[in-house]
Ligand binder design. Structure first.
Ligand code: GUN
Length: 293
């Protein structure tokens, strides 16, 4: 029987344990970790994510600072806000929701965040430490994927993990994290991407398959090895084939054909998605602890 990986349940377990940890920190320091989330513009999907991050903070007892800025905000104004947050002792974590409007240089903004407060793990200081296998704030979606793999894939040492996609947010970091020499990784890792003439050559060899291509149903059942653990990172809105007046959310993996082949598989929604917020909250608590140690 294929196991359906319940990201919602695991995310809840993590948030419950964070709630207890935050209560302990409150006793010890008489204050709680704070997370600042910055949204520029009115992208509806980003607005939903930012609201969910605020709700997550409330749930575990973190202080949340939300900065919702108009599309017309210029780069200097955003950099000034980031500098203010860097200097605010109540703010332990800073997240600037991406993508930013085109007139703002994303890299300049990421680089301006104090690496100690970079709870997204996107600052080059943190990505450099991650590649070197040093202690750092890890990016949230890859950290959530690693948690799911560790819970569902059994002994992963020496297993072949194949990543489809090479984005800075998921593909590159998850590949880097999973070949590191530690108990939560130590896989043999292959990355395949749009330049591969046929990605199925690689996906069929995967004991663990992480699909983060950003394209609906790029991986189908015939491309999955029998007994693989399949992690679908895709969130794609497509017209609903059952009702053409509606849309629905699907992953990068065709669930119905892939699930019977897999030992375990994440659904979309309800797989990787809920893990990202749990890891963001966890990074905020970790940042607080490091800043106070
Ligand atoms: N946009 C999509 N995913 C992410 C993320 O993990 N962090 C930020 N800051 N923006 C995103």
């Amino acid at each position: 029987m294929t196991q359906i990986i319940d990201g919602k349940k695991i995310s809840q377990e993590i948030r419950d344990s964070l709630k207890a940890r935050v209560a302990e920190l409150k006793k010890k320091y008489n204050r709680v970790p704070g997370l600042a989330v910055v949204l520029v513009g009115d992208d509806p999907a980003s607005a939903v994510y930012v609201r969910m991050k605020g709700k997550g903070c409330d749930e575990v007892g973190l202080k949340s600072f939300q900065h919702i800025l108009p599309e017309s905000t210029n780069e200097k104004e955003l950099l000034d806000l980031v500098e203010g947050l860097n200097n605010n002792p109540e703010v332990n974590g800073i997240l600037v929701q991406l993508p930013l409007p085109k007139h703002i240089n994303e890299l300049a903004v990421i680089n301006a965040i104090n690496p100690d407060k970079d709870v997204d793990g996107f600052h080059p200081v943190n990505t450099g430490k991650m590649v070197n296998g040093d202690e750092c704030l890890l990016p949230c979606t890859p950290a959530g994927i690693q948690e799911l793999i560790c819970r569902y894939a059994g002994d992963i040492k020496g297993k072949h993990l194949v990543v489809v996609g090479r984005s800075n947010i998921v593909g590159k970091p998850v590949a880097n994290m999973m070949y590191q020499k530690n108990d939560r990784a130590n896989c043999v890792v292959t990355i395949c991407h749009t330049a591969a003439p046929d990605i199925s050559v690689y996906t069929k060899q995967a004991d663990i398959l992480v699909v983060a291509a950003g394209k609906p149903h790029v991986v189908t059942g015939s491309m999955v090895k029998e007994g693989a653990v399949v992690i679908d990172v895709g969130v794609n809105r497509i017209p609903d084939p059952a009702d053409n007046t509606k849309t629905k959310i699907v992953g990068d993996v065709e669930f119905d054909s892939a699930a019977p082949k897999a030992k375990a598989i994440t659904p979309v929604p309800g797989g990787v998605g809920p893990m990202t917020i749990a890891m963001l909250l966890s990074n905020t608590v970790k940042a607080f602890e490091q800043q106070n140690s």
